[in-house]
Design a binder for this molecule. Structure first.
Ligand SMILES: NC(=O)c1ccc[n+]([C@@H]2O[C@H](COP(=O)([O-])OP(=O)(O)OC[C@H]3O[C@@H](n4cnc5c(N)ncnc54)[C@H](OP(=O)(O)O)[C@@H]3O)[C@@H](O)[C@H]2O)c1
Length: 324
């Protein structure tokens, strides 16, 4: 078992990678060790800004460094499969950004290679590690308020239009569903499980990607989930569960550390959750725990959960006729 510092490395020093390094500072036993970019100049600048010890101008070159314990893959979605395989084949543990890959077939192969190599792999779906979501799940599972009748959750923001940018360009996996719609879909999966029926409609933009996506899940229990995402308009970005005996609301922005409000005929209970830095520190701490225990799979964001999530995304994309 590794007891000294865990050496983290980053592939793809973009926006989220920067935020992740801030969160990593809150994680005991974590060291930001290396960063790799397609450009040595960008890697050096990122290392200077974040305190990473080493900078590499090639992803492959960095992976030869024997001191690296785990690689955080933070490139655009379409490269998650390729870059994760690159790391696994070099024997490095991986935390790969969401969506894990572009489709179920790719995720299956990533998992199969991780198993074959005996190397840790996890999708960076940080939601289940957040204290307010852990609290929500505890409350739901307690059964105190009865079963869930309806969930409604949205995630929408007015992204500056750039047909070459990651969010709008189809060849970079653009669109609302895979970028942010994945969060409401995950919340439904995490709290209600796999739906019996999936309905979806989308507004496809000029670049052929879903600028808006509306999804309805129906469950055998009678519950429904109304899930919305869009990248052309700001929406409340809240989540609300209607249960038999209460309403549970997660305030904006519900996918970030937030406030949970439980309303019953007897009154209102408010619980706020503050975190030190963005909230990525929880998933990073979990990865370290798994590595120290010698695990090759997370016991929270399991392979099964990632496969279920990507299957739902595949099925929604089939409904809205969006093929990458
Ligand atoms: N967990 C979260 O809260 C969260 C939030 C935002 C995004 N994400 C996920 O993180 C991933 C990256 O998002 P981001 O917003 O950080 O993207 P970004 O700012 O565009 O950064 C992506 C990085 O990937 C590298 N890259 C490699 N090949 C590329 C290519 N052909 N085109 C563009 N970039 C390429 C680039 O670094 P070099 O060229 O320097 O190597 C770039 O800096 C996405 O999959 C997204 O879903 C997660």
């Amino acid at each position: 078992m590794k007891t000294d510092k865990i050496n983290w490395a980053i592939i793809g020093p973009g926006k989220i990678a920067k935020k992740f390094t801030t969160s990593l500072k809150e994680v005991e036993g974590a060291q930001l060790f290396a960063v790799a970019s397609r450009s040595l100049e960008r890697a050096k600048t990122f290392a200077q800004e974040t305190g990473a010890k080493k900078a590499f101008g090639s992803y492959e070159e960095m992976l030869q460094d024997e001191e690296i314990d785990v690689v955080y893959v933070a490139t655009p979605h379409v490269f998650h499969y390729e870059h994760t395989l690159l790391c696994l084949n070099a024997g490095k543990a991986v935390l790969c950004e969401k969506p894990f890959a572009m489709n179920k077939k790719q995720v299956e192969e990533m998992i199969s290679v991780a198993r074959e190599k005996g190397v840790f792999l996890m999708e960076a779906m940080w939601t289940p590690f957040l204290p307010h979501i852990e609290h929500l799940v505890e409350v739901l599972q307690s059964g105190k308020y009865g079963r869930i009748k309806e969930l409604s959750a949205d995630f929408g923001f007015n992204a500056p239009y750039d047909e070459n940018g990651r969010l709008f360009r189809k060849s970079l996996g653009g669109g609302s569903l895979l970028d942010i719609g994945i969060y409401p879909v995950f919340l439904a999966l995490h709290t209600l499980g796999i739906p019996e029926k999936i309905e979806a409609k989308a507004q496809l933009g000029k670049t052929g990607i879903d600028e808006v996506c509306d999804v309805t899940f129906s469950y055998s229990s009678g519950a429904t989930a109304e899930l919305h995402s869009n990248i052309i308009k700001n929406t409340p970005t809240t989540a609300e569960f209607e249960l038999e005996k209460a309403t549970i609301a997660i305030h904006a922005k519900w996918h970030n550390p937030s406030t949970i409000v439980i309303t019953t005929p007897e009154g209102t209970e408010i619980k706020s959750f503050d975190v030190a830095s963005f909230g990525y520190e929880y998933e990073a701490r979990h990865v370290q725990e798994m590595l120290r225990q010698g695990k090759t799979e997370s016991d929270v964001m399991t392979f099964e959960k990632s496969l279920e999530l990507i299957s739902l995304l595949d099925q929604i994309r089939k409904e809205i006729k969006l093929d990458y």
